[in-house]
Structure formats: structure tokens, C-alpha cells
Ligand binder design. Sequence first.
Ligand code: PLP
Length: 376
Amino acid sequence: MSRFWSPIVHTLSPYVPGEQPKGDGLIKLNTNENPYAPSARALAAIAVATERLRLYPDPGASHLRETIANRYGVAAEQVFVGNGSDEVLAHAFQALLQHDAPLLFPDITYSFYPVYSGLYGIRYEEVPLDAAMRVQIADYRRPCSAILLPNPNAPTGIALGRDAIEALVAGNPDKLVVIDEAYVDFGAESAVPLVARHDNLLVVQTLSKSRALAGLRVGFAIGQRPLIEALERVKDSFNSYPLDCLALAGAAAAIEDDAWFQETRGRIVASREALARDLSELGFEVLPSMANFVFVRHPGHRGAALAGRLREEGVLVRHFRKPRIEDFLRITVGTEVECARVIALLRRLTSSCPRQRGAIVPSCPSNGPSRTDRAW
Ligand SMILES: Cc1ncc(COP(=O)(O)O)c(C=O)c1O
């Protein structure tokens, strides 16, 4: 705290990202990164781009936008790119979601949404997921200015079909609907094909997950021209060059490398299904995931305790201290070897205390306090 702070700084509750450990040696299944190395074509393009570091990058990111446009069958003018989808979302909050009526998003969802709302002074209402942790479109029939949904949702991994998204968009023609598709490439249906028919739809995606480029920081949005223009106006009032020339080159090459994309996402989906099956066999409740993570809880063990014990064994997973989900773990799908390790550990940890079906066992030594993350 300082007397030099602007008043708003006192009110902010910043986002707490998942742990990024300094040393090697941990199996890192806590921030939904891709377990495989990025496309070799992307890495080669980045190497070539180092020769241009003396110069400012293209402020309009025209080559990357054209590449994304070709891939998704839209016009380059319908594409906006930013420094990670977090920045794209932040610009959407400021450019499109700041209105008198509240913004709606699920009560259990990506925890950056309330943070951006706080930063930009946006009133929001959280719409509870149903008892099965699903988004019910009918629950969004209430006064609002806009609706923001991740699809698949995070951290549940549960996806809505394109028909449900279209029903939401068509049923709210005067409200903007933003669909955050950070995890869509792992099996869900993208809403991008709906953009041509609906001027109130903005779809946001990232290269952090399915393209294994979390460190490059590239995200994008697709929508009709007036929505993209609003994002550009905010971006050009904030930072002309949010993507450096390495990111522009690497991202375009990654989008073009469809062979790498199809192979790695297929492996991740297969590993997810095996992981979900193995966890079910250990007695975990596994939510049906269409993402590169699974969200699970065990009837006999506290989530915090299991996360703490896994960490002691060198495996990082994500745990959230939040009502309704405090006994869940979010486990990123790793390599086949990493998944086998986490299953072997969980087999040992969950069999170390007698399990009581349908009840948490507070007296079990493995249920003690542990170090966990505060947000997701
Ligand atoms: C639902 C969701 N949206 C957006 C993001 C942001 O991704 P990035 O800023 O790396 O593109 C994440 C990151 O984990 C996420 O889970």
C-alpha cells in the first residue's frame, strides 16, 4: 500500500495463476499446458524471425490474422489477435462488456472473469451451474447486457454443443455472447461457424493449449467486423505492438502445421480418456471432460489433502478453495508416462486410508492441511 496508488488499485483482487515452479523435476499437471513440444515449423519460424528483432513488429498482425482467417473460413477483418487470450478477453471486457445491466457468467468458471470485471468496473452476476456442474442455457434468461461462457467450461471441462450455443445467441439478439474456447480443440464443437449468422457473437481462442505455445502468449477473437473494430480501438489506445515479431511468426506457422495439431491433440484426447477411466476405477467421480484436463473428486479424501500429498511426491495438480468444488482436483492431461505416474500415486494415496463411499474421511492422516492454489 502506498499514498501514490490510484484509488482503483486499493479495490483490485488480482488473479492468482497456477504455480510455475522454478526448478525441474516436478510433473506439472496444474496449468493445462500441452505436454508435447510445439510444432517444429513454429520453432523454425521463430528462429528466422529473430533476424528481424531490430524492427518493430507489424502492428496490424496482418499475416497472422490472414492465416487464422484461412484456417477458420472467415475474413481477416473478422480476426483480432492479442497477447494471450487473457489480453483478448481483457480488451473484450473493456470494449464490449461495460454496460449498465450486469454481465452474466457461471459461478464456477475461469476466475479471471471477476478480476477483469473489477478492473473495468463492470457489474456481473454469477449464474449457478446445475447440480451436475453443467451450464443450463435456460438459466441465462434474465436481465443482463451480455453473457460470457467458456466452452468447454473451466475447470469442469464440460462442453455444450453448438446447437445450445446457437440457441443462446439467437435467443439473445440484443445481448453480446462471448464464448471462450480456450479448450475447444480437445473435442468440443466451436461456435466459429455461427459468426457469419450472428452479429452478437464473439469467439475467443488461444494457442496456449492445443498448439503448445503458452509461453509465446498468443490468443485471438473471431466476430463480425463491428465487434473486432471495438477491440482494435481499445488495443490501439493501449499498446500498438502486443505481439512481438517472434510471436507473430511462431503463431502463424503453428496454425499452418495441421499434421502436428491433429497428431498431438489426438494423443491428448486418448490420454484423457484413459486417465478418466483409470481414475474412475480408483473410485473417483470424473466429470465428463472435453478439455485437456479432468476435474475429479474422491468420496473418501479431501481435495486439498490429495493435492498436498501429490505435491510431496513431485506432482503438481490444481486445487481450488471454493465452495462446491473444494474437494475436486483439476488434473491436466500429461504424457502417457506422466498420467501413469499420477495414477500410480493416487492408487497408493487413496488406498492408504479406508474409503467411506459418499463421505469425506476427516480423520484420515492424508486429509490434513496442505499447500494449494487460491484461484483457478
Ligand atoms: C477458460 C480460459 N480462458 C482463457 C485462458 C487464458 O489463456 P491464455 O491467456 O494463455 O491464452 C485460460 C487459461 O488457462 C482459460 O482457462
